[in-house]
Design a protein around this ligand. Structure first.
Ligand SMILES: NC(=O)c1ccc[n+]([C@@H]2O[C@H](COP(=O)([O-])OP(=O)(O)OC[C@H]3O[C@@H](n4cnc5c(N)ncnc54)[C@H](O)[C@@H]3O)[C@@H](O)[C@H]2O)c1
Length: 405
């Protein structure tokens, strides 16, 4: 069995068990997180699990959990019907009522709300992991349909920094190397979008000696790119000369067929941003272009004049398709999710209304502090005098909610 090794996660268990003494029943829709499932169960939860994505299940992990007796409804390569069947099986079990939902994308939440409204109303809280799921929760809240409190863990600082910046800074290189074996020193690389993901990718490629340029629509991010030593350009200005094109905008149709037509021979094209919408890959499915599969997740698209571009993962998230998420990143997000579940479950009546909340800052800091010993990092403690001077509690939180890290 492929098993995660999460020493930090395990060490947080002691703390978690002190604050969660009650039985919780969790519907868990997400990517493979076997240690999270085992940990929630060790804390007394009755957990059922389905996948949040038809490709994201690791079959060996699902099988191992099923063998341990967990009701698991997930396998790699489900079709659309399987996917909804699994979610339904996960939620609708005789004699079982979920009181917490841990979701990634919002499908389990919406299925429960649509199909089992009475059951939904008995849920104590929803913890949501993804940008899309959080967006859907805010829409529910706006339309007055959110009848339970929800925690947006996507925007907790530790999760965002690790998932978007630090993890992408490493996995972009891993994904590019595994698929292309190209040397990146001296190559002209264009990164579209200089947010968290774009910053990580730009830093990583600069570190390899690539000549990195950036496109941006936001003058603040564009200025940041300038201050970090990157040229800010329009895609049209460099489209004929770049060797590598990476999208990180969260937007759609950032790279169109007209751009792809003008790329030079051998250009590598991939996406690190949203789903498969950033590059208009569908526009390349025309009779005059030939698609040649070179290896898994690598395709050459050949124009009639012999020019070819190298498309990775058909424009889907290249790191998720061709690399893997380090267990350290999983540890950060899983710890955040578990703390959010416990906070919502144990909160006294009235602390959370029927709305979407961010994880309390103190818990975000706690997740970070649990991971510091891994680096033998020693935190400085405020003196009483300093705490008074800054108007802070010595135990935190150390920053206001509006602080930008
Ligand atoms: N690959 C991964 O593992 C991974 C991890 C985390 C997030 N993501 C996804 O990556 C995307 C970006 O995340 P983020 O945290 O960097 O978001 P962000 O909002 O911090 O950054 C996106 C940037 O793109 C810019 N932008 C938008 N449209 C643009 C356009 N047409 N041209 C140029 N720039 C444009 C925005 O101004 C913004 O600065 C999201 O879709 C997110 O879900 C991917």
């Amino acid at each position: 069995m492929s098993r995660l090794c999460l020493p930090i996660w395990a060490s947080s268990l002691q703390y978690l068990s002190r604050i969660s003494q009650n039985m919780i029943s969790v519907v868990l829709a997400g990517v493979w997180r076997n240690v999270l499932v085992e940990t929630l169960a060790a804390l007394g939860a009755s957990v059922r699990w389905s996948a949040c994505n038809i490709y994201s299940t690791q079959n060996e992990v699902a099988a191992a959990l099923a063998e341990c007796g967990f009701p698991i409804y997930a396998w790699k390569g489900e079709n659309e019907d399987d996917f909804w069947w699994c979610i339904d099986k996960c939620i609708n079990a005789e004699g079982w009522q979920p009181n917490m939902i841990l979701d990634d994308g919002g499908d389990a939440t919406h299925w429960l709300l649509k199909k089992y409204p009475a059951m939904f109303n008995m849920v104590k809280g929803i913890v949501e992991e993804s940008v899309t799921g959080v967006h859907r929760l805010y829409q529910l809240s706006k339309s007055g349909k959110l009848t339970v409190p929800a925690m947006n863990v996507n925007d907790s600082v530790t999760k965002t920094k690790f998932d978007n910046l630090y993890s992408c800074r490493e996995s972009i290189l891993d994904a590019l190397k595994r698929t292309t074996d190209v040397m990146f020193g001296g190559k002209q690389v264009l990164i579209c979008g200089y947010g968290e993901v774009g910053k990580g990718c730009s830093q990583a490629l600069k570190g390899l000696g690539a000549i990195v340029s950036v496109t941006e629509i936001d003058p603040i991010c564009a200025l940041q790119a300038c201050m970090d030593g990157f040229r800010v350009v329009k895609l049209e200005e460099v489209v004929r000369s770049i060797d590598v094109l990476i999208t990180c905008t969260g937007n759609k149709n950032v790279v169109t067929r007209s751009h792809l037509d003008r790329l030079k021979n051998g250009c590598i094209v991939c996406n690190m941003g949203h789903s498969n919408t950033e590059i208009d890959v569908a526009s390349l499915r025309t009779p005059e272009l030939t698609w040649e599969k070179v290896r898994s997740q690598v395709e050459h698209i050949i124009w009639p004049d012999g020019k070819r571009i190298i498309m990775l993962a058909e424009g889907r998230l290249v790191n998720l398709s061709c690399s893997s998420v380090p267990s350290f990143v999983v540890s950060i997000t899983a710890t955040t999710q578990a703390l959010a579940l416990i906070e919502l479950f144990n909160a006294p009546t009235g602390r959370y209304k029927q709305d979407v909340y961010l994880l309390p800052k103190k818990m975000d800091e706690y997740v970070a502090s649990l991971h510091l010993p891994n680096f033998d990092a020693h935190l400085t403690e405020l003196t009483d005098d300093q705490a008074k001077y800054l108007g802070l509690n010595k135990a935190g939180p150390f920053k206001p909610n509006y602080y930008r890290y």
